[in-house]
Design a binder for this molecule. Structure first.
Ligand code: GLU
Ligand code: ZN
Length: 301
């Protein structure tokens, strides 16, 4: 049994990401689970543009006292695993451009994901041969619009329609939705705690786990951090990463206190450790409201 934190190494972890990591650690450790770290670095273009980020993310987590079990896993080392999962699934080639899908009649779901209209689902082999010349094919799984439900610890049942989503992009990159399900299954992760922005992917991922003969994990989607303007916390909000904050003289211990205080687990200025928070942590008491961060308030105590 294990929980995990699985950052993409494309930007430094900000206070919201760090709070999610702390929550994932608390959920795992308070239930006797291992805690794993996984670097989700399949998008090689974005990763190359952000060299050294994975190392900084790991360093920041360690500085907060968020420890982990086993070796840190990198998705870029695990392509054979995704390939063999792909071989077990009913997939078909899709030649649609983003624009063609955007121009199709279907309205986006609430999360902005536009359900695939099925354009390439029933092409003949002759059609495919002709299309392949025009554009490298993505691979989509034949899900056929099934409705799927899984349970979230904070939100209860999460239900959604599963469209024929992409498992491998036209450039050969395995899709997040495939890799995350394969890895959680292969690593024995049975508890997924992550930001609320990913809640809408639950039906897709739980369905895919089921298709691969895996037991879907339990989910907890935790609140995002937002800036004073209510938008998702970002660089424009000021000092929001450990590096920014260190530049202002804020220590990792003080960052941890800020995170714990935002969860009602510490008093402002109190010295805490992650392990010291375990007795205070009650998942049932977690708020679902976003955490409003006023960056210049995160100060040395
Ligand atoms: N790598 C994803 C992210 O950075 C998280 C994946 C997950 O937790 O399922 O947002
Ligand atoms: Zn298509």
């Amino acid at each position: 049994m294990a929980g995990r934190f699985a950052p993409s190494p494309t930007s430094d972890l900000h206070l919201g990401n760090l709070r999610t990591a702390l929550l994932a650690w608390l959920f795992a450790r308070s239930t006797g689970r291992d805690f794993l770290l996984r670097i989700e670095d399949l998008d090689q273009v974005r990763v190359a543009a952000a060299a050294g980020l994975a190392e900084r993310q790991l360093r920041d987590l360690a500085a907060l006292g968020i420890d982990h079990d086993g070796e840190v896993v990198r998705q870029s080392d695990r392509l054979a695993l995704y390939e063999s999962a792909l071989a077990k699934l009913d997939v078909y080639e899709c030649y649609c451009s983003r624009r063609e899908i955007a121009e199709s009649a279907q309205a986006p779901h609430g999360d902005g994901h536009r359900p695939y209209p099925g354009t390439c689902r029933e092409l003949t082999e002759a059609d495919r041969a002709a299309k392949r010349v025009e554009r490298p094919a993505a691979l989509r799984v034949r899900a056929g619009g099934v409705t799927w439900t899984a349970t979230d610890a904070l939100y209860g049942p999460v239900t959604g329609v599963v469209d024929d989503f992409v498992l491998r992009r036209g450039d050969g990159t395995f899709a997040y939705n495939l890799a995350v399900v394969v890895d959680d299954g292969a690593q024995g992760v049975d508890q997924v705690v992550r930001g609320d922005d990913l809640r809408s992917s639950v039906p897709r991922q739980a369905w895919l786990a089921h298709r691969l003969g895996l037991t879907p994990p339990t989910y907890a989607h935790v609140p995002l951090a937002v800036g004073p303007d209510g938008r998702r916390l970002a660089k424009r909000d000021g000092a929001v990463t450990m590096t920014d904050l260190a530049g202002l003289g804020v220590t990792p211990t003080e960052v941890l206190t800020t995170l714990a205080a935002s969860l009602g687990l510490a008093r402002p200025g109190e010295r805490v450790t992650p392990a010291g928070l375990l007795d205070r942590f009650d998942p049932a008491a977690l708020s679902r409201a976003p955490w409003v961060v006023t960056p210049n308030r995160v100060q040395p105590s």
